[in-house]
Design a protein around this ligand. Structure first.
Ligand code: AMP
Length: 187
């Protein structure tokens, strides 16, 4: 099965994706991780996006789609994908549909982890101390949240009509969210 998990920064997408990966033997596709990796390895892409990411802006669709393509067409990972942080714009969502179609796959479950801004701020402040992510300062967080809400709203509209779309309150306890997701995936 292929799963999309999306929601604003700090909603717990990464944590939940990680949990589902282990439970259902899937492969986590985090565009944030893929992009941070490019920066860390100082690749050509990494040099282009370093500033963009640290300001809280989105990397271009061209760059992100290119990184995603390698994973979607990897036969080892076929039908075992959980997308975390992708798609984030309507054009990315359409591109993903096309790539899945061309690789004879589909999305089986879509989870939207919804969370309000105050809860996000509290959570990311905590993560900043624990993980020391360079894009985790308050201004960046607020910008990322706003950018996300603006750009991702059309993605929400695009997927919410799908019968396999589930909205989950991201403000609930991590373990409770995991249980809910697991129940849905186990049906
Ligand atoms: P994340 O780890 O998902 O919170 O992503 C961290 C940062 O990477 C975001 O704030 C964006 O700057 C960038 N990023 C991650 N995923 C995408 C995407 N699908 N499209 C564009 N930029 C992205």
């Amino acid at each position: 099965m292929n799963v999309i998990i999306f929601g604003p920064p700090g909603a717990g997408k990464g944590t939940q994706a990680h949990y589902i990966v282990k439970k259902f033997n899937l492969y986590q596709v985090s565009t944030g991780d893929l992009l941070r990796n490019e920066v860390k390895n100082k690749t050509d892409i990494g040099k282009v996006i370093e500033n963009t990411i640290s300001k809280g802006d989105f990397a271009t669709d061209e760059i992100v789609n290119e990184l995603i393509k390698k994973v979607v067409f990897d036969t080892q990972k076929k039908n075992k994908l959980i997308f975390d942080g992708y798609p984030r714009s309507l054009s990315q969502a359409k591109n993903l549909n096309l790539m899945l179609y061309n690789s004879n796959q589909k999305i089986d479950f879509i989870f939207f982890l919804n969370i309000n801004k105050d809860t996000v701020i509290k959570r990311i402040e905590k993560r900043k101390i624990l993980e020391k992510r360079s894009d985790d300062n308050l201004n960046t967080i607020l910008k990322r949240y706003d950018t996300y809400m603006e750009t991702t709203r059309p993605v929400l509209d695009f997927y919410s009509k799908n019968p396999n779309f589930y909205e989950i309150d991201g403000g609930e306890k991590i373990a409770d969210i995991s249980t809910k997701i697991e129940q849905i995936l186990s049906v």
